[in-house]
Write a protein that binds this ligand. Structure first.
Ligand SMILES: Nc1ncnc2c1ncn2[C@@H]1O[C@H](COP(=O)(O)OP(=O)(O)OP(=O)(O)O)[C@@H](O)[C@H]1O
Length: 268
């Protein structure tokens, strides 16, 4: 069976400016991959690159065995963007928001049928918000809104869920609830790529860890290998990254030739 995501020497950026270069990686069905790295390293750029939301400046992206540009069924990839909560001006219930995630799956008639409604209910249930279906989202907490957005992505029945910092900016209690939600998805075999600053409660769920630093993938391995190499990782306490701020450790996976450009050296 083909890999869900396959990048071969891929470079992504904005306009013609490269931000992440020489990225090669494969995500197989059922894997749960964390993407770690300091602020501005290029983690979101990597996610957006996979989704085709920025410019690919080189290399190949293959999704479900098809070159990304030729993939018709975009709904196969669920995406929960970074720092995304719902605006207080959104007047919709949790259920209505989750229903909107079902739109790409509706037939020509464009109406929700009984099976669609069941999927919407199940998605809300999976994120622990079944009892809030009729609640206005603007009255929900930040953590609950994030869960509504995860449910919206799930309602599209994606083959892979890409989440950019699902636990960022929510309180500790909500972080644990979110980790439980992700745990339930792992039990169901949902393939996930999760950008995160802290492995924290997610650690036990992960099958692989990828580290991005200064626009390069500098580590790609399982939890054991990551734990073994962590000692080689240099901590920077000025950063709000609790897990790491690193320079490429010896033997790290660095694809392609070293790149002279350093995104952090640039003026915004
Ligand atoms: N839309 C954009 N247009 C131009 N440059 C951008 C854009 N988005 C990000 N960048 C630049 O790309 C670089 C990497 O940013 P990116 O958001 O990918 O990092 P990140 O690792 O996700 O950081 P963080 O942990 O802070 O979210 C930064 O220098 C940033 O300024």
């Amino acid at each position: 069976m083909s890999a869900i995501i396959e990048l071969t020497d891929a470079s992504f950026g904005y306009g013609r400016r490269p931000v992440l270069t020489g990225a090669s990686l494969t995500v197989e069905r059922g894997e749960v991959v964390a993407v770690l790295g300091p602020n501005g390293a290029g983690k979101s750029t990597l996610m957006k690159g996979i989704l085709g939301l920025n410019h690919r400046l080189g290399g190949m992206v293959t999704l479900f065995g098809t070159p990304a540009d030729e993939l018709r069924d975009r709904a196969r990839i669920g995406y929960v963007p970074q720092r995304h909560t719902l605006s207080s001006s959104v007047r919709a219930t949790a259920e209505e928001i989750v229903e909107s995630g079902r739109l790409p799956r509706l037939g020509w008639h464009g109406r929700l049928r009984a099976t669609d409604r069941q999927i919407v209910c199940r998605s809300l249930d999976l994120v622990g918000l079944a009892d809030r279906a009729g609640t206005e989202v603007s009255t929900l907490s930040g953590g609950q809104q994030r869960r509504v957005l995860i449910a919206r992505a799930l309602a599209g029945q994606p083959d892979v869920l890409i989440m950019d910092e699902p636990t960022a900016g929510v309180d500790a209690a909500s972080q644990h609830v979110l980790a439980d939600v992700l745990g339930r998805l792992v039990e169901r075999g949902v393939t996930m790529v999760i950008v995160t600053h802290e492995l924290g409660a997610l650690r036990s769920l992960l099958s692989r860890i990828i580290v991005v630093d200064r626009g390069r993938i500098v580590f790609d391995g399982d939890r054991e290998r990551y734990a073994a190499r962590r000692g080689l990782i240099h901590h920077d306490h000025d950063s709000h990254h609790h897990d790491l701020e690193l320079t490429p450790p010896p033997g790290a996976v660095v694809h392609g030739p070293l790149d002279p450009f350093d995104p952090r050296g640039r003026t915004p």
